[in-house]
Write a protein that binds this ligand. Sequence first.
Ligand code: GDP
Length: 605
Amino acid sequence: QQTETNTRENKIEYRSPIICILGHVDTGKTSLLDKIRNTNVQGGEARGITQQIGASFIPIEAIKEQTKSFAEKVKMDFKLPGLLLIDTPGHESFNNLRSRGSGLCDVAVLVVDIMHGLEAQTIESINLLRMRNTPFIVALNKVDRIYEWKTCVNTNFVDAYKQQSKPAIQEFDSKVKETIAALAGQELNSELWWRNKDYKKVVSLVPTSAQTGEGIADLMLVVIQVMQKLMLEKVIYQEKLQCTLLEVKVIEGLGCTIDVILVNGRLKEGDKIVVSGFNGPIETNIRSIITPPPLTESRVKSQFIQHQEIKAAMGVKIVASGLEKAVPGTSLYVVDEDDDINAIKAEAIKEVESVLNDIETSGIGVSIQASTIGSLEAFSSFLKKIKIPVANVAVGPVAKKHVMSAAIMLEKDPKYAILLAFDVKIEDSAKQAANDMKVKILSEETIYLFEKKLKDHFDEIRQKLREETANKCVWPCILQVTHVFHRANAIIVGVKVKEGTLHIGTPIAVPNPSVEGGVANIGVVQTIKLNEKDVLIAKKDDAVSVAIDDTNMKTTFGRHFDENVPWYSRISRDSINSLKEGWGDELTQQDAQLLKFLKTVFKIQ
Ligand code: GDP
């Protein structure tokens, strides 16, 4: 049986897993990528590393060589042909590496600056990784910045750690502890990689320095380990085509091209292909498939290698006509002779539409736009999380028509007359239209920056509304008079706030059927004193003295009202509306109940 398994395993062909690097700005993502490539291309010898389009291929031989000093200790058995490292770190390429909602990045490296811990985009990355169910490891980068760190160039981390002084070890340990605690705050269990016994449930932390090279070999090894322990099935090579479009680029001499990652299957020169376009599916033929020249050769601009056929996994550029409107983040389909091209086109349309349809929209909400289908998905899921309703969704540059759609909210609910442009161009005509129609366009290149901008936008609108409605708002309260100091020409009384809050400016009244209109108006609160000090608001159970301006009130203390009944804030239909408009989200359940009660007191429908 042993032999049988062996033979079966021998037959299995694996493709290179696709690895993305994510993390906050300046944590060292680009430097790590460079270091991984450079430590493998030392002395001008490429060790089989190939520069592809949008990705670098690191062959397993190079990784074996790099990790040989300690791979044996962890009993590593290398099964994969190598790693396909996506060259552009960050969210965009990760988001575009998708296929029908699921992620095509097999393992991600989340880079954290060990001196800074978790930052805004680290959390955003964690959310993206969760959304796509992508396993990841954390590179705790910049360990060389630890106080008194002794540099051990390109050494594996465990050996480098042994060389360190006590203070360096202490600082390192405490930084690791902080990161583990912060990750726990994100509901993630984590552990230094050599202590991690459960790759499935616990995220591995790999300390690295992209500058001096400590831990780079560990990083490679742990990526392979995670792949082999958790995901081996996923990287069994398949002939069925799986190819995703990362970018659309105009290249001098070639025209409009698309950069794709071929995850499974093959592409050939001359293949008839279908890709999703902003205005419907695009049908074209592959004119050429190209990659950059090998790393060891001198780079001459526009010198590419052409391939008649390529096999996954690989990043390549495709030259074909009619690709200008292709949508990044969607799939590329090859049409074989006996395929029904219309069915494939329908599939391509469905791919874009299903993303648009999957985004929950409501009749009232903001308008959103992103450059690619992948980033749109990520953006909408972020907005859902922070509870911002979305009414209109689009992919691609912001045009006038998109501003018009957003402008519909001016009538429905003006605070939502905004268009959130996530990493997309805004056409001049759209800017002009937004200006004319008073639609705000918020534009950002990273998702998390929208959170603050949106908060500022809604705060500003609310503030304006509060100012506009300030003199119409009446906060509900019930007062019990405890002492009467002055009965007229300002009424001065000691009161206890039985329910609600008492604000300066609040009209006070009691119901009285014998008065015209059924309500005896007492006056308007002019000052509130708590323990001899002027205050603007008295809370429930506060005992305060209150001066009430009773000029022009057609009532008399003792005749139309007295201290023996509860006094109420005089609410009206108008005042309730103003309060809800300006303060709706800050009204408590008690406020709402009290308003309901006062409505019955003053017989408001
Ligand atoms: P990215 O924005 O995440 O791609 O970060 P970069 O790779 O551009 O690095 C940001 C800055 O940190 C640069 O000045 C790098 O030289 C520096 N840096 C990156 N990695 C390390 C490291 O491991 N140690 C030290 N000391 N500096 C680093």
